[in-house]
Structures are given as structure tokens and as C-alpha cells.
Design a protein around this ligand. Structure first.
Ligand SMILES: *[C@@H]1O[C@H](CO)[C@@H](O)[C@H](O)[C@H]1NC(C)=O
Ligand SMILES: *[C@@H]1O[C@H](CO)[C@@H](O)[C@H](O)[C@H]1NC(C)=O
Length: 566
């Protein structure tokens, strides 16, 4: 296997000691740089096999503090909420021929009850029939489809809701929100057979992304493998479980050094060869990953003006039952819930909104994008050089004229950033506990992508800690504004699916929404904002979408009148 080797060996350490004696003769400055060069050479020679993972479902989840009985009930409800249809029991993995083939599958627009006329305010329904590679209809559900309705002419789009009838048929439903010609787009993200593989990987192979830490003392340095949970029979562990939140994290103990000289944390790599060749056939770009399904006849209808006059608020509230959070019109996101959207096209409007405010962005790179966006659109916002890596942070920017402070910090492990210094590894919950908060404090959170390789319980536990900290913050500092950015779909080329599939992200997304429901926070629905948009899916959504997300945050921060509860 290409990737399952890892450095450090006693031989390596011995070499290092010999070399150190020589190096000690030289000046300290030269010693350090020579030593680093030397290390990078020997580290590439001496590899050791990565410990094999033989965990079962409970391995990760039993680490850390056990949930209370109420939390356990909630966890069960959340797991029920994201339960996915299983393949028919007893069946072994079918051959590729028997699996869902988007090219053989079709969708049909269900005729309207009003004489083939559709009006703004109506719902459009589409029936999707899945077939296998031989053209035979599928008889069971579990395929992962995405649906979108759009009008290129108006740069308008809305995400559809997909219902699995568990017999090879799916319904996609769309609210009709604007008039004119609209076009249906159905995409098969994964076949049900591929989802079954992903589900197994998620439960059984949380080691498929692995992490490393560098330990250093004087001239000695060693690197070992780290993760949320590690097989205990393959070496002594260093226990970095967070004393406040109880979030577990472990590294193998270095051979020579002690656990307290851990210098940094980094992504180790992606394990290869984690699925069979037969399973790999289920993950072919342009064959069965993110491939459009075609219409049997037409994919287009014309929507007439609302029969009840112009689309009013009461009409929109019917649409909320479809769980549609908003739609694009002229590339502007129009939320149907949460907040009245304003466009912040001028830097001065943003500056005015944020004057005297501190904005804390916590999480993964998808909220770092907000930092980057604000920095580019606000001419008076100057980045303060904290000497940290651009893509890791922490980052800070200041507009001292208007007294605006903007900060970004990544979330704690598991995080697949290049190298984060141990001193900068913080859990969001602990950071929130350190905020004074208040009406001039804005907090935006985005945490999802780095959890896709773990069982969902791990994510639930993390969100539980963050949610408790949000509740404490809102209690002690009323008026603090908290915005939560949800997950988004991304490009799934090559074997990205195995680590970062949209299927993982959607499951996390549903959990995230459910766990923050009812709190005085605003959700920015990144999922629908990306599904509805005409740009191709990307882990880091394009600027046009980021602008809409930031505008939404600003609309919430600078809304007038009373607060909206999600
Ligand atoms: C799962 O792992 C635990 C701890 O290692 C072990 O006690 C238990 O028997 C295992 N369960 C299964 C179903 O393998
Ligand atoms: C790691 O430390 C935590 C907190 O001190 C403890 O609860 C946990 O059992 C430890 N893990 C192991 C494997 O010893």
C-alpha cells in the first residue's frame, strides 16, 4: 500500500544523537538549520507501518466524557433523524451492472392539477426513476440525489427536497418562487451501493485520515501518529484529552521524548487502498458520482404569476413547510426564514454595520473565507501580521478608524490543516468561554468538514460542547450575535468521496441544524445556498456565494427591531 507507512524508528533516533554530537561543535544557528535539513532527510528514509485500526463502532465514542441520559436520548434522536435506507438485507455487494446508473435513469415532471399550468406559490413535483447499468429499474432506495430548479435568464435557483420512496422511485419537490421559464436539474451524487460503502468507512475506518505531531526537545525530535482514538495495543499513548470539554485526542508516545514536548499538529495523510477494486467502480467521476439524470421528455415548465396577486408573506410561509430556506434571484440570496436580507454592495455599508464591533470567526477554512472576503472588500481593514501561516491562522484585521476588529481562529483537532502550533490548538467551546460578549460582539462558527471521516457521534459530542458554550455566552452576555454556517457540497473528483463525500457532509449538516434549532442564533444555510447556485460545487464556495453568506451575517448583525429565533 502506497500510503500506510510512517516515520520514526529507534535507528533514526540513534543516528540523530550521533549527528547531534558533531553538530554541537558548530554555532547554534547553523546547528539548527543543518539539523532540520538532516532530519528531513532521515525522516524520509526510515518509515514504520502505520498501526492498523481494528476498532468497532464504539471505539471512538466511548472515549471522552460519557453523555448524560438526556444527551444520550438526544443522540439517539439525531441518529434516527439521519438514518439512511440500508441495502436489502442479506445481499452481498452487487456487481456494477446491478447498481444505479444515472445515464439509464430518468425523471418526469408530474403534471400540474391546474390544467398543466403552474403559478408562483405552487409546488412542482418531479418523479425520478432509477435504473441500473443494464437499464433495469431499481427496486430499493438509498441513492443520494440532489435537486435544483433554476432559470439561467434570471440567475435564479432554489434547492429541491428529495423524498426516497425506497423502491427505486424518488420525488423531488420545489417551491415555485418566481415567474418565467424554469428548468429542473437532478443529479445522482452516489448510488445506494456507494453510500453503503461510505457508511462502512465512516464507522470502521476513522483512521483513513491520520494526523501527526512533532515532539522536540533540544536537538531531539520525533514525529508520531495522532488521532481521536488510537489502538492501545500498538504502543504507549500520550493523552491530550481536553481538561475542560473532555474532548479526546491522543498521539503515540515518542520513543525518546515525553508527551509534554509536543510542538505541533498536522494532517498526516490519507490512507489509500481502503476499498476493494470492485467497490472502487462505484466511485467513478462522470459515471456514477455527481452525474445528472435526464428528463424523460422535458425538464422545463413555465411559471405564471401568482393567482393570489403578488407573492406575499403568507404564501411564503406555506413554502417553509418544504424546508426551503431561501432562493437566488439575480444571484442574490433571498432567505425565506431568519432574517430580512440586505445587500451590502458598498464597503461603506459594511463598515457602518460593523463599526465598534468585534467579529470572531471560529472554525474551518469555509469561515476563514469570510475573513478573506471582508479583508478584500474593506479598504480600511488592515490585516495585523501575527506571523501565522495564512491558511492556518490565527488571523486578525483591524479598522482602527471605525474601531472594528476581525479575528479568525481554526477549531481544535481533528483539523487537517498543514501545521498548527500546539499553542494555537484550541477548542471552540473553550474560546467562547473566554469571550466577554455583548451587543458589540459577533461570533460566526463553521465546523463540519474535518469531521467527515469520523462516526457521527464524534460530531454530536463536539457540537454539544459548542452549544453549551454558546448558551453560556448568550446567558452572561445578552445581545451577543451568534451566526452558524452550515456544511456545503463540494467537487468529488477522484477519491475525494471516500474522505469528504457530500453524503458525509449532508449527514453532519442535518445534525448541526437540529442541534442549534431553537437557540437565539442565525443559521446561514450554506448547503442550500450552494445547491441552488449555478456555480459548480466547491469545498470553498466561489466569491459570489461567500458574498451572499457574509451579507446574510451582516443583515442579521445590523437588523433593526426584535431578534428572530430560528
Ligand atoms: C468493541 O470494542 C470493545 C472495546 O475494545 C469490546 O469490549 C467489544 O466487545 C467490541 N464489540 C464488538 C461488537 O466487537
Ligand atoms: C485520558 O484522559 C482522560 C481525562 O483525564 C481520561 O478520562 C481518559 O480515560 C484517558 N484515556 C486513557 C486511554 O487513559
Amino acid at each position: 500500500s502506497q500510503c500506510s507507512y510512517f516515520k520514526i524508528s529507534v535507528m533514526c533516533s540513534r543516528l540523530l544523537i550521533t549527528r547531534c554530537r558533531v553538530l554541537k561543535q558548530e554555532s547554534r544557528y547553523h546547528t539548527m538549520s543543518a539539523l532540520y535539513k538532516f532530519q528531513s532527510r532521515i525522516q524520509s528514509i526510515s518509515w514504520r507501518r502505520l498501526p492498523t485500526f481494528h476498532r468497532n463502532h464504539s471505539f471512538c465514542s466511548h472515549l471522552g466524557q460519557p453523555p448524560s441520559s438526556i444527551e444520550e436520548l438526544e443522540e439517539q434522536d439525531l441518529l434516527d433523524l439521519i438514518a439512511w435506507p440500508q441495502l436489502p438485507s442479506g445481499s452481498t455487494l452487487p456487481t456494477l451492472c446491478q447498481t444505479s446508473d444515472p445515464a439509464h435513469s430518468l425523471f418526469t415532471i408530474v403534471p400540474s392539477q391546474n390544467n398543466e399550468r403552474w403559478y408562483v406559490g405552487d409546488q412542482l413535483q418531479v418523479l425520478v426513476h432509477l435504473h441500473d447499468f443494464k437499464g433495469r429499474p431499481k427496486r430499493y432506495g438509498g441513492d443520494f440525489l440532489l435537486a435544483r430548479l433554476h432559470s439561467p435568464k434570471y440567475r435564479a435557483g432554489v434547492a429541491g427536497q428529495v423524498v426516497d420512496h425506497k423502491n427505486g422511485l424518488y420525488s423531488a419537490r420545489f417551491p415555485l418562487l418566481w415567474e418565467g421559464s424554469v428548468q429542473v436539474e437532478i443529479m445522482m451524487v452516489h448510488s445506494s451501493e456507494a453510500v453503503a460503502v461510505l457508511q462502512r468507512l465512516r464507522e470502521k475506518r476513522p483512521d483513513r485520515v491520520f494526523f501527526v505531531s512533532l515532539f522536540r526537545l533540544g536537538f531531539l525530535s520525533e514525529t508520531t501518529v495522532c488521532n481521536m482514538c488510537l489502538p492501545q495495543d500498538q504502543g504507549q499513548l500520550c493523552n491530550y484529552t481536553d481538561p475542560y470539554s473532555g474532548e479526546p485526542w491522543y498521539c503515540y508516545k515518542p520513543k525518546m521524548l515525553s508527551c509534554d514536548v509536543r510542538i505541533n499538529h498536522a494532517k498526516g495523510g490519507y490512507l489509500k487502498n481502503i476499498i476493494t477494486n470492485k467497490e472502487a467502480l462505484l466511485f467513478q467521476s462522470e459515471v456514477n458520482v455527481k452525474v445528472p439524470i435526464h428528463a424523460s421528455t422535458t425538464d422545463t415548465i413555465t411559471v405564471l404569476p401568482s393567482r393570489k396577486g403578488t407573492a406575499d408573506a403568507s404564501q411564503k410561509s406555506d413554502l417553509v413547510t418544504l424546508a426551503t430556506s431561501g432562493y437566488y434571484y439575480q444571484d442574490s440570496w433571498r432567505p425565506l426564514v431568519g432574517v430580512t436580507m440586505r445587500q451590502f454592495d458598498e464597503a461603506s455599508a459594511i463598515t457602518q454595520c460593523l463599526t465598534n464591533k468585534v467579529v470572531y470567526l471560529y472554525g474551518d477554512s469555509t469561515v476563514r473565507q469570510w475573513f478573506e472576503y471582508l479583508l478584500t472588500v474593506l479598504p480600511e481593514m488592515k490585516e495585523f501580521n501575527l506571523q501565522s501561516p495564512k491558511k492556518v491562522g490565527p488571523l486578525m484585521a483591524v479598522d482602527s478608524t471605525h474601531n472594528i476588529l476581525l479575528r479568525y481562529r481554526c477549531h481544535g483537532p481533528p483539523i487537517r490543516f498543514s501545521t498548527v502550533m500546539t499553542s494555537e490548538l484550541r477548542y471552540i467551546a473553550n474560546e467562547l468561554d473566554g469571550l466577554s460578549g455583548g451587543p458589540n460582539t459577533v461570533v460566526a462558527l463553521s465546523i463540519w468538514s474535518h469531521f467527515s471521516t469520523f462516526p457521527v457521534e464524534v460530531y454530536i459530542r463536539r457540537l454539544r460542547h459548542i452549544r453549551k458554550a454558546v448558551v453560556r455566552l448568550l446567558e452572561r452576555a445578552p445581545g451577543t450575535m451568534v451566526v452558524v454556517r452550515t456544511a456545503n457540497p463540494q467537487a468529488l473528483q477522484r477519491d475525494v468521496s471516500l474522505y469528504n463525500s457530500d453524503w458525509f457532509s449532508l449527514q453532519l449538516d442535518i445534525v448541526l441544524r437540529a442541534m442549534f434549532k431553537g437557540l437565539d442564533v442565525m443559521l446561514v444555510d450554506a448547503w442550500q445556498m450552494c445547491v441552488a447556485h449555478h456555480e459548480p460545487h466547491h469545498l470553498h464556495p466561489p466569491r459570489a456565494i461567500v458574498k451572499n453568506m457574509v451579507d446574510m451575517m451582516l443583515s442579521y448583525v445590523c437588523r433593526d427591531g426584535t431578534r428572530n429565533i430560528v
